[in-house]
Write a protein that binds this ligand. Sequence first.
Ligand SMILES: Cc1cc2nc3c(=O)[nH]c(=O)nc-3n(C[C@H](O)[C@H](O)[C@H](O)COP(=O)(O)OP(=O)(O)OC[C@H]3O[C@@H](n4cnc5c(N)ncnc54)[C@H](O)[C@@H]3O)c2cc1C
Length: 417
Amino acid sequence: MRFSGLRVLKEGLTGNKGWGPHWRDPEPKAEYDIVIIGGGGHGLSTAYYLAREHGLKNIAVLEKGYIGGGNVGRNTTIVRANYFLPGNSEFYSHSLKLWEGLEEDLNYNVMHSQRGLINLFHSDGQRDAFARRGNAMINQGDDAILLSREGVRKHLPYLDFDNVRFPIYGGLYHPRGGTARHDAVAWGYARGASDRGVDIIQNCEVTGIDREGGRVTGVQTSRGGIRAKKVAIVVAGRSGQVAAMAGMRLPIESHVLQAFVTEGLKPVIDHVISFGMGHFYISQSDKGGLVFGGDLDMYASYAQRGNLPLVEHVMEAGMTLMPMIGKARVLRSWGGIMDMTPDGSPIIDKTDIDGLYIDCGWCYGGFKAVPASGNCFAHLVATDRPHPAAERFRLDRFRTGNGLMDEEGTGSQHNLH
Ligand SMILES: Cc1cc2nc3c(=O)[nH]c(=O)nc-3n(C[C@H](O)[C@H](O)[C@H](O)COP(=O)(O)OP(=O)(O)OC[C@H]3O[C@@H](n4cnc5c(N)ncnc54)[C@H](O)[C@@H]3O)c2cc1C
């Protein structure tokens, strides 16, 4: 099923009765060349690029729940290429370029909206850090504009500029940053992969990884054993658990990250904004809801919901920055499980077990990475060589200490990568 303006018009006039399922619902086969564990954004995009760019078709994506039920459908949808450090900088730049052609490539409306992202700063020191980040972005070929306080006011007149504790000094503007509709991204990749012959198998939990003589031979699942020449683990917050099935201990902790959405309001916030002195960021969805979030809950957990002190912290930060949102009613809050690495940067690598590959460690920022992660992981799985845009995402950096992507070795923090 393809989308076109004519088709949308015809369906609109005939009660939308002609739309079919977007992807096939096959029974699992006994054997595949490649089994991908995890049908989130990264697993589906990996399958898509394996089929599209490497001509491989005998592939299954095994998802324990349903497509879009994990973090790919739980995030706050921000897409940007404003990373500072080598390794991340080129990777996210590659990802944003893929985003810019994604709707045409997938023939799917993922509602990618480059409405611009403004990171606010509130001190001279922070201005210097953002100027340095902006220069790194420009050197990478991406866009960055350092805004003065008056420059920010032109875009975002409703902020509290003179807050006594955190006055706004200016902002780093990234015009190509923005948002996309998260679950449409999963659906678009699922349809694209299925069209190319990939079997997407939902309600199929992997419970074991089979090995023989240092080589992977298949997986055990809630729907029986499946043999495979290669197995790719892409399970985000569950990475530690699934890797343990192959006897591996990953440098990953799983933490909860919460998000919130208000009732629908008239259009008011037409950028993505992040507060520089507290953990708060916000955008407005196309339905009018204010979508916002803050920091991790800061305790390891597999629960997809968070705690109240963090809710209070996020609301306080929001009120500090834009007191006008105080009257908006919060409709929903939820949580997702974040796969946090010690340096806040991901892993896309082979493992010590032949035929077993891993893509994880996306922390709180893996939605924007979906296209490049799939593209680079597919390259690795198909060719056994790292993609140039992801060659620093090695697993052994955490064992050797070489190549950690953390400028000061102080751990994962938003402003350090
Ligand atoms: C509240 C929140 C806000 C966020 N905001 C942003 C943002 O604005 N921008 C951004 O870039 N990133 C953001 N993120 C991060 C981003 O959502 C994640 O990094 C990214 O989605 C993770 O990759 P994924 O889509 O593949 O994960 P998932 O969708 O979680 O996919 C992993 C899949 O693996 C499946 N699975 C697990 N175990 C098994 C098993 N044993 N067998 C079979 N299947 C299994 C799960 O069911 C799941 O569907 C946010 C995350 C959250 C929770």
